[in-house]
Design a protein around this ligand. Structure first.
Ligand code: GN1
Ligand code: MG
Length: 406
């Protein structure tokens, strides 16, 4: 977690003097992030935050985390109990039915409380996900006069997240958090969850959208763009690998997290053990392969997805082994032989898919992912394409790791 320093450091976008996202470690100085809620004043944000405080005053409000989609703030109050909470504005361009997102959060939260309420976990650990906080009027969200959808979540205390994996111990913890999450939800029917993001992680759909954007907007050529165009063209046939298997009934839908990247796993600050998962907006019915692939593409790239050294990006097989070990230590029971058969493809596909999504958004003019400069999504795409290449070049070794862990 970023340290709190007083209200003085108001993000530049809110008229403050300077905000530098803490995690960005690129070589260039980081310009202030562009906000999709630009124009909202700090006073407005404080007023929104106050709707979610049953008692106490808001002492501090600051931008939090590095999400690419929603606007997230950490709020500090002078209440006797929980002193921090997370305030978020859901991005309406991404979440068209925010009320369904809240419904899923409630369904998952209730299910997890029931499961965790049965007694301590076998390994004696705590495991938490954020709780939905209500407004003073008892609602799970607040719509401001401009129509923005706001909600508040509890803050998991004494825990922290990192943007990249530090070592194999950390990797095992990240994998185990996802394994725990899947295993705790394995008895929740996916039919109970709404599809809050139709098309999410359906690679053939992203490819069709890419074709449409290319056709509609054209593209100005550069070496990086040419590389990306070729990269996608050469992998078109691979894109439907998971969806075809699902259509054939070989893989089936389960509740998934949807975005289990490294910085969505909370680690206990004292022990380093995984104690929870955050960012549950993408929870929905899906293939566990999306989650496993996404967790690995995020966790096995030590340079991180925001690096500017894209040519140096590498998929680290020993981190992959450790993440899978952690994952399978808790999730082995519900994976079938067929599930295992698609794990390598899932690793390769999810890296490729995110690269395709970033590249498409660059071509479309940065309309989905927040971008700090016009080429930002192109740079992010190159990182994922390079990662995909590294995965492909280690296909035999990665398949052997999966076989060994079976
Ligand atoms: C987005 O907003 P954030 O950072 O939690 C995206 C994920 C991507 C991720 C890449 C709803 O997540 O799918 O993997 O960026 N979320 C959505 O960092 O599209
Ligand atoms: Mg997310």
């Amino acid at each position: 977690m970023k340290r709190l320093v007083g209200r003085a450091s108001v993000p530049a976008a809110f008229g403050g003097t300077g905000f530098q996202p803490v995690r960005r470690t690129g070589k260039m100085p980081v310009p202030p992030r562009t906000f999709q809620n630009r124009g909202q004043t700090l006073d407005h944000l404080l007023a929104v935050a106050e709707h979610f405080t049953s008692s106490g005053r808001v002492l501090d409000l600051r931008e939090y985390g590095n999400g690419n989609v929603n606007d997230t703030f950490l709020v500090t109050v002078d209440a006797a109990g929980d002193q921090h909470f997370i305030l978020q504005r859901l991005n309406p361009r991404v979440f068209h039915r925010p009320e369904l997102v809240m419904e899923n959060l409630r369904t998952v939260g209730d299910h997890l409380s029931r499961r965790l309420g049965r007694g301590p976990l076998r390994d004696g650990r705590r495991f938490e996900v954020p709780r939905v906080l209500l407004t003073r009027e008892g609602r799970d969200h607040f719509i401001d006069p401009g129509g923005s959808f706001w909600r508040a979540l509890s803050f998991i205390d004494a825990a922290e997240t990192f943007d990249t994996i530090k070592d194999t111990g950390h990797a095992r913890e990240v994998g185990s958090a996802l394994g725990r999450f899947h295993s705790l939800l394995s008895d929740l029917s996916p039919d109970r969850l709404a599809d809050t993001l139709p098309g999410f992680h359906l690679t053939p759909g992203y490819l069709a959208h890419y074709d449409e954007v290319l056709e509609r907007r054209g593209v100005s050529r550069s070496p990086a763009v040419n590389y990306s165009l070729r990269f996608v063209a050469e992998r078109r046939a691979f894109a439907p690998v998971l969806e075809n298997s699902r259509a054939q009934g070989r893989l089936s839908l389960r509740p998934i997290h949807g975005d289990p990247k490294v910085n969505n796993v909370m680690l206990d600050t004292a022990t380093g053990q995984a104690v929870g998962m955050v960012d549950l907006d993408t929870v929905k019915p899906g293939l566990v392969h999306y989650d496993i692939g996404d967790c690995l593409r995020s966790g096995c790239n030590p340079l991180g997805e925001e690096t500017e050294d894209w040519e140096m990006v590498r998929f680290e097989p020993e981190l992959c082994r450790a993440i899978l070990q952690g994952y399978l230590s808790l999730a082995q029971d519900f994976l079938s032989e067929t599930d295992y058969a698609y794990l390598y493809d899932a690793i390769r596909l999810l890296a490729f898919e995110l690269g395709l999504r970033f590249f498409t958004d660059y071509l479309a003019g940065n309309v989905y992912f927040k971008a700090r400069h016009p080429e930002h999504n192109l740079a992010r795409a190159l990182v994922q394409f390079k990662l995909t290449e590294s995965i492909e070049s280690q296909a035999t070794a990665l398949s052997a790791i999966i076989r060994d862990l079976r």
